[in-house]
Design a protein around this ligand. Structure first.
Ligand SMILES: [Zn+2]
Length: 503
């Protein structure tokens, strides 16, 4: 903020002509189409602010900027910015290219993005047979006995068509344990060899908040949903600290290439934090990292309740000031907690709270210790219960309301709750790609009425809520252009539907 005020002052200065010549800049970007974004927010209906560079269309508001000491100190025409140049100034000729400020990815799984580069990619694969064909090909080039890990089938899409069992998969790939994760981590599909190695059989209990598909004899058939989706995790050989660090580095490097300068990593456990600290100590973090500690890692949470939040130190790129907790699961896999039954599964309302492993006391302690929380809530009951929980903590622990807490996804909100986020000062952390990707099955889950309170960005803004957007990568494409496209048009990558999905 301070930086941007200084910058306005200097631009004004350059326009009226200052007596003192400016200090030479460290760097000048010139001859570009620069959008400073240094104008007010659009109004609640989306109309650009009067001081925005918009008439019939958007236009860049500068051609050049000067940078000193890591701060933008001036913006203007290329001629105006020449004044900041001397022999020591680095000059970058943009040759008409567009420049925008560095981006913040506010909900990401960057280590997962790096890891996915090593795993079998099932994105866009709909049918069981197509998936098995890809896995057979992977098995042909993998030594027998070695684990085959994959990811990326669409939980919601597969749930709608009916999840497969593992008969075909186990017959075609008998010699490798195979574990495949859904796009958003709320469904796992595994073959018999993997179940054997994990020791999962008819006697294995189903964890609360989870679903294990079973045959008539009670034997698991290879599909694990919601809280059960992590059941095979312990059996998969640990990639090791060095591999995790490399996965994180690769993921962040890809984000840096895509224009991001700071990444909020949602759900950081002990080993991932160690990887971040190791990279940071070597000056090797490709972007700034805002770590949201996983409230599922109790020892780590306890450690930070002792120390309190850790802000980014000089020379560091790592801040640990936030916590990610999980109140319910996902809509596609029908784990999100709903006030009324799912429209396509009478008698079923999903799971939440203690049943889903949400440790109220621990999260309240973290909030009292000064942490911001970002609580995952998808269903209308999940969101309502999360709002009740946060309001309760405000009453019990003084000062906790000042931390800009967030609800992650805030996907389906009951009309009665629409104003409560603003009243409680809670930010809705939402993902435009989810709307345009979930649209094929979301309405089946919640029906024609509740869908109007789903992915309701404008309604939340009208109610005075601060809304932030992100991609929730690696489940969705992190390209800012895709995110903006989804947010503005409510169309998918194929530009469907023409008129936008509930525009
Ligand atoms: Zn996420």
């Amino acid at each position: 903020m301070t930086g941007s005020r200084i910058f306005i002052a200097l631009v004004a200065c350059s326009v009226v002509g200052c007596a003192a010549p400016p200090e030479p800049a460290d760097m000048i970007l010139t001859n570009g189409r620069i959008y400073t974004l240094d104008w007010d927010d659009p109004d609640l209906e989306g109309v650009p602010a009067p001081n925005a560079p918009f008439s019939d269309s958007w236009q860049p508001d500068a051609e050049a900027i000067a940078v000193s000491g890591g701060m933008v100190v001036a913006a203007g025409t290329s001629d105006e910015i020449e004044r900041w140049r001397d022999d020591s100034t680095e000059v970058v000729d943009l040759q008409g290219a567009t420049a925008i400020p560095g981006l913040v990815e506010s909900h990401s799984h960057a280590a997962g993005l790096g890891r996915n580069l090593r795993r079998l990619d099932l994105r866009g694969v709909i049918g069981e047979e197509d998936a098995v064909e890809l896995i057979v090909a992977k098995a042909a080039e993998t030594p027998p006995g070695e684990w085959i890990l994959g990811w990326g089938f669409d939980e919601g899409e597969w749930a709608t068509h009916g999840y497969p069992d593992n008969d075909l998969l186990s017959r075609q790939v008998p010699d490798h344990p195979v574990v495949l994760s859904g796009l958003h981590g709320f469904a796992t599909w595994a073959n018999q060899r993997a179940l054997d190695e994990a020791g999962i059989d008819a006697d294995t209990p189903t964890p609360s908040g989870g679903t294990v598909s079973r045959d008539s004899a009670g034997n698991p058939t290879g599909i694990f949903l919601n809280r059960a989706s992590g059941m095979l995790g312990a059996a998969i050989p640990d990639a090791g600290a060095a591999q995790l660090e490399e996965d994180l580095r690769l993921g962040l490097e890809e984000l840096a290439r895509s224009g991001y300068v700071r990444v909020h990593e949602a759900g950081v456990g002990s080993s991932l934090l160690a990887a971040m600290e190791s990279l940071d100590a070597r000056g090797a973090l490709p972007t700034r990292v805002f770590a949201m500690l996983s409230a599922r890692d109790e020892p780590l949470s306890r450690r930070f309740i002792e120390s309190g939040p850790v802000a980014e130190a000089a020379g560091s790129r790592l801040a640990v000031q936030s916590v990610k907790a999980y109140y319910d699961a996902a809509l596609g896999s029908r784990g999100a907690r709903m006030i009324e039954d799912y429209s396509d599964m009478p008698g079923h309302r999903g799971t939440s709270g203690n049943d889903y492993g949400f440790d109220q006391a621990l999260v309240a302690e973290l909030m009292a210790a000064g942490f911001q929380v970002g609580i995952h809530a998808i269903g209308d009951a999940g969101n309502r219960e999360t709002l009740d929980f946060i309001a309760g903590v405000y009453e019990e622990a003084e000062g906790t309301e000042a931390r800009r807490h967030r609800i992650e996804h805030a996907q389906v909100i009951h009309p009665d709750d629409l104003t409560r986020l603003a009243e409680l000062g809670i930010t809705a952390s939402m993902q435009p790609p989810h709307a345009v990707e979930d649209k094929t099955w979301a309405e089946e889950r919640v029906g024609p009425d509740r869908i109007r309170g789903a992915y309701a960005w404008r309604s939340l803004r009208r109610a005075g809520t601060s809304v932030i957007f992100s991609s929730d990568l690696a489940g969705s494409d992190h390209s800012i252009f895709y995110g903006l496209h989804a947010a503005v048009t409510r169309r998918d990558k194929q530009a469907e539907p023409m008129a936008g999905w509930y525009p």
